[in-house]
Design a protein around this ligand. Structure first.
Ligand code: ATP
Ligand code: MG
Length: 363
């Protein structure tokens, strides 16, 4: 047990994917997929989870499944190497969640920092849907159903992984070694752990309307970059500027490579020198934004082009998702069977149980 290296990650189909998803997780998934170091890779479109806070808007979730799938393919997820599937098509996940619920307390869920922030962000106040409140448990079901060892995600997911590990430990302690404890794989680059929004807010998020989408047109991308939040105290070019909390520099930390200077900004040898000049004063925001725009256009152009190609055959994408969901379901069913056995609720598969009971009644 536990020899295989397995990846699972997911995204909520609540909108198109943005560059936060890309640097926080998606880019890494593609690299891991192509490294051939992993035995299996599962990529899930978390529609059931999206419904926990969009119950009254199922059409939004339905419409965005294909958008997320297109973004995956555009970024280089290859369905011959990775299993891409839709969460709601795997009913085994609900059953696992139901059993795991007995292993988690309400107060433990209340202490989950991500859930806390998200409840505030959505203004749920006292009207939190039970499904939303318990989504860390369903995430534990998703991860463990595929016996994932590695979960490449952004920093916001750290409390979810911790919660999953606790459930695994508890399950294994009570019912015997059955589930695998997963490890989080965070981005190496600290700017990518939690990419801020274009408005400077702590996290780029579909729910906050501060995103640069992967499929953005060249014009819209440029518009968003030129309108980005920088240092509000940096009014005149000559003024000294701040780097911390300056979103344009955070994006440069995330996307800029040394070779970009020779190509687009030969006056500076590297990012440190550019930052130093900004801090001294004498470097305008527009120049830095133009540089960022050149870099981002270079990164997103091939993604945009590939997406257009995949958009030409939408039925083929649904077919890929259907096949992926079927394959994923088989894996989840295997785990569920182990779980039922460990929990002693596999009555009809246990011949010994029936004969022992018969004996008890004198037969
Ligand atoms: P929603 O607002 O609907 O929750 P979201 O933008 O937070 O959407 P998710 O689908 O919840 O996106 O997240 C999918 C994956 O992308 C997770 O692994 C998450 O850690 C990562 N991710 C999302 N936003 C960012 C970000 N701004 N920086 C780094 N990683 C991110
Ligand atoms: Mg989220």
């Amino acid at each position: 047990m536990g020899k295989e290296k397995i990846i699972l990650t997911a995204d909520r189909p609540t909108g198109k994917l943005h560059i936060g998803h890309y640097v926080g997780s998606l880019k890494r998934r593609v690299e891991l997929q192509n490294s051939n170091l992993y035995d299996k890779i599962f990529i899930m479109i978390a529609d059931a989870q999206a419904l926990t806070d969009n119950a009254e808007n199922p059409e939004k979730v339905r419409q965005n499944i294909i958008e997320v799938a297109l973004d995956y393919l555009a970024c280089g997820i290859d369905p011959t190497k990775s299993t891409v599937f839709i969460q709601s098509q795997i009913p085994e996940l609900c059953e696992l969640s139901f059993y795991y619920m007995n292993l988690v307390t309400v107060s433990r869920l209340q202490r989950n920092p991500t859930v806390k922030t998200e409840i505030q962000m959505r203004n749920f106040a006292t009207s939190i849907p039970v499904g939303f409140f318990t989504y860390p448990i369903s995430q534990a079901a998703d991860i463990t159903a595929f016996k994932a060892t590695t979960v490449p995600v952004g920093e916001d997911q750290e409390p979810m992984l911790e919660q999953t590990r606790e459930i695994v430990r508890k399950f294994n302690a009570v019912y015997g070694e059955t589930l695998i404890e997963p490890e989080i794989l965070l981005p190496d680059n600290s700017a990518c752990l939690r990419l801020p929004g274009t408005d400077g807010k702590a996290k780029m998020s579909k729910s906050l309307n501060n995103c640069i989408y992967l499929s953005e047109s060249a014009e819209d991308l440029q518009k968003k970059i030129m309108g980005m939040f920088t240092d509000p105290g940096h009014i005149h070019v000559q003024d000294p500027g701040k780097i911390e909390g300056n979103t344009v520099f955070t994006y440069l930390d995330a996307f800029c490579k040394p070779e970009h200077f020779a190509q687009y900004l030969p006056d500076y040898p590297n990012l440190d020198e550019l930052k130093a000049h900004y801090q001294r004063g004498g470097l305008g925001d527009v120049k830095v934004k133009r540089f960022l725009n050149s870099i981002m256009q270079e990164e997103l152009e091939p993604i945009r082009t590939r997406r257009k190609e995949f958009e030409k055959d939408i039925p083929a994408i649904y077919d890929m998702l259907k096949k992926g969901s079927k394959a994923a379901r088989e894996v989840a069913a295997d785990t569920l069977s182990d779980v039922r056995k460990a929990m002693k609720i596999n009555y009809f598969e246990d011949i010994d149980l029936i004969s022992a009971q018969a004996k008890k009644f004198g037969q």
